[in-house]
Design a protein around this ligand. Sequence first.
Ligand SMILES: Nc1ncnc2c1ncn2[C@@H]1O[C@H](COP(=O)(O)OP(=O)(O)O)[C@@H](O)[C@H]1O
Ligand SMILES: [Mg+2]
Length: 352
Amino acid sequence: MPVYALWNNKGGVGKSYLTFQVACEYARTHPDQKILVLDLCPQANSSSMLLGGMERGEAAIEQLSGTTPATTISGYVADRIVSPYVNPRSGSNYVTRVRGINQNVPGNLYLVCGDEELEMQAGQVQLACAAGPPDAWRIVHTWIRDLIEDVRISWNQNAITVFIDCNPSFSIYTELAISASDRLIIPFSADGSSKRAVRSVLSLVYGILRRPGQIQSQFFVNMQRYNMARPQIYSYVGNRLTQMNSSSASAFRNVVTEIFAEVFRVWQGNPAVFCVHPTGDPAPTTRQGFRRMFEEQINDANTASVVSGAMGIPICHLTAGSKTFAGRTVHVNQSQLDKQQPNITDFVAKIE
Ligand SMILES: Nc1ncnc2c1ncn2[C@@H]1O[C@H](COP(=O)(O)OP(=O)(O)O)[C@@H](O)[C@H]1O
Ligand SMILES: [Mg+2]
């Protein structure tokens, strides 16, 4: 029951949307487990969706961030800023049972809510890395692991499944998220800048350089120095794909195919950065086997996706018909649901 981070060094690729959908579907299909979502993005988009969307979700974030201390990730980070190198073991104080606020999600889903304050705390977190004991950097980069451990102990479990939503920038809080995770899920969209972002994930986290002479990321250097385990790549997710049989859809597909082909080349040269899925399947040797294990495709469900996020109703739980939010009524078609629901179900079935 590992820790998954959803990250790509690019915004708008679906990290938050997929964190919401995947965590809800995973919780639904694992009713005997408790699932934890950590929102390490100051935008708190996945928190907003989990907590009920545009209206209720946003109000809940206000409420959780307004307590003293904040019942959010910033509340925990504030504890750590006060005591950077001695674990206060306070992580479980910052967990919210999502169903207590949003009736549309499974009851076994828990959240450490995102908080824009994280952006303001970033400088102090960086200071904590630079000051203190010789291995200050290492200790600060285990804060989020400590948080997960606190929650695991408070739940009296041997292991828990965690999904971490990340900010696109490789900021200090993204570093903390990545160093806390065992496995990386990398969503991307069908455009050229997504291709560049996929490369920069490889160089920032795994030190796979694009050109000779390029400097290594400090994160990579320090992870090596302190002998810390990096997450392995669990899957690449081509997201928001359109299914229309139009020329724009096929151009779209070309870009996606190209990105997948590039990732396959990375696998051929650096298989150790990937996590062979623990399904009993051997490590893939062919392009097809690689595709089955590491490539995911999620279609764009148009209005259904918007309604799902805006109302905080997981797509696999959303039904067709008229929906009212923010004072307006929109119609969700079954055909839109049919495009995406099976993608999410299939993807989650491949997550350990
Ligand atoms: N598969 C999808 N189908 C339709 N809309 C999507 C899908 N994935 C993401 N979106 C929408 O795209 C926008 C960007 O997604 P988001 O998850 O916020 O990206 P990120 O977290 O990577 O910045 C959001 O409005 C989200 O609702
Ligand atoms: Mg996001």
